[in-house]
Ligand binder design. Structure first.
Ligand code: SF4
Ligand code: SF4
Length: 738
């Protein structure tokens, strides 16, 4: 070992020792913070499926690749990071000796080739990512950026380090080539040989370059160890765990977001018959009341802003950004952690758990952080502003887009649950809806004995369950379908089409009550459970003695469709639920319904969030509309897609019980969507949801375009094509707003 190598070896060892010590300390701190969360035992079930899902999502980059170039570039950088860690290890041999290399695999041509290829592609990938970050920087003139609110220096720092480490890899190899110590052939390592042709034959060059490479890598480790909230770096390690412990690992990719998490206390679902607010946790009032998976979520956020770029609230000027919400919770959790780790915290009655002596060593900033209310406006010093919390439509775009499986909607609803159930603090206008649900079983407060009024004048009998036993489908009408004028037309259209196709169906009539979706999304789990249990009992009775495959329900409202199909299982109700567009598509494809007249004037389709993104029903409504557009085998026309469609569809603004709240901040979401729909030039905007219908109709009327554009359900479009002679009243026109 020469004198240069003695110096490089000592310096490499010293900086590595410091970096590793700081990194171990940071990991222990992070683990301690995450362990402050509540138990979530279900996250440890089915480890095999979890491991498989994690491997598929990470190795296949299944979520990132939805973003095309960014996804591909990130894949190469990720693979480069993993494989080229070997080259950092190799640098430790090279600081000791300029001819050093990895034992066993070092010297194999295939190792030289693989690392060379990955280093080249990784370099291209990181340059692309840097260019994208620069192009989308929040400070660029004009335009919105998904990076607004992200800590930009951290992103640039991480990317610069990756680029520098990759370049130093070529420089080390180049010096080996120049000094004739390189064991790999030119065909396997052409770039290294090209770099070597430019470098002098400096014998110490290899060790010095290796030291620089180690110093850059260890500086990166030191910086991230000193910044445990630097998700853009830590996600390289945490993302694997976050994806492994995701909420629905068994759900096949592309099958939707799945049910909302039930309310839990100490890791067990809450039973409202026995629950006691002084002993059991009702929702989340303090950051440590999230589960440990919640705290892991907050730690893993990469600040990429994909969620923010799709959020309807953020895109219409509301204060909610799912990214900024996660970052606020993360920063608060880590700032409050020393207090919690010292034994601090409030019990469920609000009393301090720690003694003064336990908290004596804490600084004032930590104690001030601990006193912040989780939900509160700027004056109250809250972590999350109420306007942020109540702006969410639970559209699921954030969860859908997040590359590391962060569960924003569950966290938002958990915070809403405490506000509604314990504080009775929620937008006052939604109180009428909740009272109506409790007293009348529907959000409109309509009398229960008018639930079957939509059947009048149909020209055929709509049987109730009990009057017929051999029905194939139970037609779940829903409150909108029974009481709201526009939605009643859809209900009648569906019933007419089912009758036309000879499908045997029956309704519950007055036996039906609200599915509970608006109560659950606003956070009133108590009312949801009350309504859902009643419905599950009714439905189980209606299907008594039937196999699972014959417990079939068709619903026109995607919120009912989602709640009955995905969430009633939590209460013992297992049914086969389809949306009416799925059943209609099946009836058309099997020839039981035949469109005979093409629909003209151009049709565009708005994907309802709870049908599309939440349940991945994208094709069926398009198939139905396609058949109506080409009815009778005519030339017809194609469906005109809006720029934001399918999984990137834009919300109408009604989900998450927003239907019953005033929209006072920013641009109205429905107006934004209507402008997009009208920009297609289509005369018909087809929908598959009564809430979307209301919101988009209001938007069209608000723009004074009711004469030019018609918002109508997919079923009504099909009915016009199947039965051009349709009974008067099925033609829908946009009603006057208000
Ligand atoms: S669910 Fe939709 S509205 Fe709510 S934060 Fe996510 S993207 Fe925004
Ligand atoms: S998409 Fe996920 S990782 Fe990216 S900013 Fe949003 S929450 Fe963070």
């Amino acid at each position: 070992m020469g004198s240069v190598q003695i110096v490089t070896t000592v310096l490499a060892a010293a900086i590595t020792a410091v970096a590793v010590w700081l990194a171990v300390r940071a990991v222990l701190r992070m683990v301690a913070v995450i362990r402050l969360g509540q138990p979530a035992p279900e996250r440890f079930a089915d480890k095999g499926t979890r491991a498989k899902t994690m491997l598929v999502e990470t190795a296949g980059h299944t979520r990132m690749l939805r973003w095309g170039v960014v996804g591909a570039a990130h894949w190469f950088v990720m693979v480069g990071f993993i494989v080229l860690s070997l080259l950092v290890l190799e640098a430790y041999f090279e600081v000791v000796s300029p001819t050093g290399g990895l034992p066993l695999i070092g010297g194999l041509a295939v190792y030289g080739l693989v690392t060379e290829v990955i280093a080249v592609l990784g370099t291209i990938g990181i340059v692309v990512l840097i260019a994208i970050r620069v192009r989308n920087r929040p400070t660029r003139p004009g335009g919105r950026s998904r990076f607004t609110g992200s800590t930009m220096w951290q992103g640039y720092f991480v990317e610069a380090v990756v680029l520098a480490v990759l370049i130093m890899g070529f420089v080390i190899r180049g010096f080996k080539v120049a000094t004739d110590h390189f064991e790999y052939p030119v065909w396997a390592t052409p770039v290294s040989h090209a770099v070597g042709a430019l470098l002098p034959a400096w014998p110490a060059g290899v060790s010095v370059a290796a030291l620089i490479k180690i110093a850059i890598s260890m500086t990166w480790l030191i910086v991230i160890a000193l910044n445990v909230t630097m998700g853009v770096a830590w996600h390289r390690f945490l993302a694997f765990f976050n994806i492994f412990f995701k909420r629905e690992p068994a759900r096949p990719a592309g099958s939707g977001l799945g049910p909302l998490r039930p309310m839990t206390s100490q890791g067990k679902p809450l039973d409202f018959e026995e629950a006691d607010p002084e002993k059991d946790q009702f929702g989340v009032a303090q950051v440590e009341q999230f589960t440990w998976k919640g705290l892991l979520d907050f730690s893993t956020c990469t600040e990429c802003g994909r969620c923010q770029s799709q959020c309807p609230a953020w895109n219409t000027g509301k204060p909610l950004s799912p990214k900024l919400l996660v970052l606020s919770l993360r920063d608060h959790a880590y700032a409050k952690a020393p207090y919690l780790l010292a034994g601090g915290g409030k019990d469920l009655t609000g009393e301090e758990k720690a003694t003064a002596a336990q908290l004596a060593h804490l600084d004032v900033l930590t104690l001030a952080e601990a006193e912040k209310p989780l939900i509160g406006d700027a004056e109250a010093g809250g972590v999350i502003d109420p306007d942020v919390l109540w702006s969410c439509t639970t559209c699921g775009a954030c969860v859908e887009q997040c590359p590391v499986d962060i569960e924003h909607v569950d966290h938002i609803v958990d915070m809403r649950r405490y506000q509604v159930l314990i504080e009775s603090s929620f937008p006052s206008e939604a109180g009428v809806m909740l009272r109506n649900l409790e007293n009348k079983g529907n959000p409109w407060g309509a009398p229960q004995n008018t639930r079957e009024d939509w059947t009048k004048g149909l020209g055929f009998e709509v049987p109730r369950v009990g009057e017929v036993d051999d029905f194939e489908y139970l037609f779940w009408v829903g409150c909108a379908g029974a009481f709201e004028d526009r939605a009643k037309k859809t209900t009648r259209a569906v019933a007419t089409l089912l009758n036309e196709a000879g499908v045997s169906f029956a309704i519950l009539g007055e036996g039906e009550t609200c599915s509970g979706d608006p109560a659950r999304r606003i956070g009133n789990e108590f009312v949801f459970q009350m309504l859902a249990q009643q419905n599950v009992e009714t439905l189980n009775e209606a299907f008594e003695g039937r196999d699972q495959a014959k417990r079939k329900i068709v619903a026109t409202c995607p919120h009912c469709f989602n709640t009955l199909g995905n969430e009633y299982g939590q209460l013992g109700g297992e049914f086969e639920v389809v949306h009416h567009t799925q059943l209609l598509a099946h009836l058309v494809s099997t020839g039981r319904l035949t469109p005979v007249q093409p629909v003209d004037g151009g049709v565009t389709y708005h994907d309802p969030c709870y049908l599309g993104r939440h349940n991945r029903v994208f094709a069926a409504p398009r198939e139905v509309l396609g058949s109506a557009l080409n009815g009778g085998g005519g030339a017809g026309s194609d469906l005109i897609e809006m720029p934001r469609n399918s999984e990137r569809s834009f919300c109408c603004g009604a989900g998450g019980a927003r239907m019953w709240m005033e929209e006072k901040i920013g641009k109205r979401i429905n107006v934004d969507r209507v402008e997009e729909a009208m920009s297609t030039g289509a005369r018909t905007v087809a929908v598959g949801c009564p809430f979307c219908s209301t919101m988009l109709n209001d938007g069209v009327n608000g723009k004074g375009a009711g004469e030019q554009v018609e918002v109508v359900d997919v079923a009504s479009v099909l009915l016009r094509s199947v039965r051009p002679d349709t009974a008067p009243g099925e033609k829908q026109t946009a009603p006057t707003a208000g």
